[in-house]
Design a protein around this ligand. Sequence first.
Ligand SMILES: [Zn+2]
Length: 314
Amino acid sequence: MTDTREQRAQSQLIKDKFPQNARFLFFEAVALVSRTELGGDDQLNMNQILEKMLHSILFLGNIHPAKYNPQDIFEKSYNYTVELFPGPFNRYRTHVPLQTPFSYFLELVLKCYGQNNEGTVKDKLFKTLKNYKELGGKKNPLISAVICICENGVSRYYGASLSCGSDTARKIMTAVSCVHVWHLKVSSAVMSVFPDGTGEPRSIKLPDTVKCSAYAVADMRKLKPPCKRCNQLYSLPDHTHHPNPPGNCAETEAISNFFKAEKHGNSRQTLFRHNHQEEMQRMSNCFDMNMKKSMDKRSVQNRDKYSINKVYNP
Ligand SMILES: [Zn+2]
């Protein structure tokens, strides 16, 4: 049973493209995987990414102000999807995803086309989004507007901006990423200004050989200058004067992937002189507070309990 408040939220958000975008992105991913024959462990790995992507969609739908159920999202393809991937449907009300659906989509594209084939990767993303634009709609929940490519010699590392469906969900996913996903150097930089945007930025510097370029997914020829926040946190030059919310930008994920792959020492001791435990607790509190914000609007029987430490990672 939905209460009147929920019905109100639902009607206000009637034009939200969340379910439509979720279906679109997921079935693009399914098509991509079924077209690619990698075999063996790689194939298994791709199916796992698909499962995680689906779980991320169901979770974000569940915590969305309009509370989209799996049936709302998948409509006629609901039964078919549950049959193919039962796991995510059993866990989306108890477990938290590690990444956004679009980040998983990007991961699949990289697995299929090879991450150092920058041209092909950009082309595939552009074509996907072109299909999407034909679906219409200005607001694009779940579809990242920007990707970033970190270049070091022949190697390429990618990231997408966080696209979660709402501001509250973005804060939840930023806290999760700081605790579980991003390289410690990047988490440390983001946490210095997250969630309030205040605080003294702990800035990191990339090696001189590394170049970071961000592109609007709608037009891959168009370079996007880094925002003021990315300049503060990652010392990126030629920035705009507008600071995006901490952790939001595609640069964050791309730089984190660069540090992870190139095995830049984590040196916890030096990085977390300022008390690692305390910062983790702060992330956990931020997660709980924003989750409460999502759940408090609902009738008691429609609330779910999540913990930042109970993540979906099959
Ligand atoms: Zn930025």
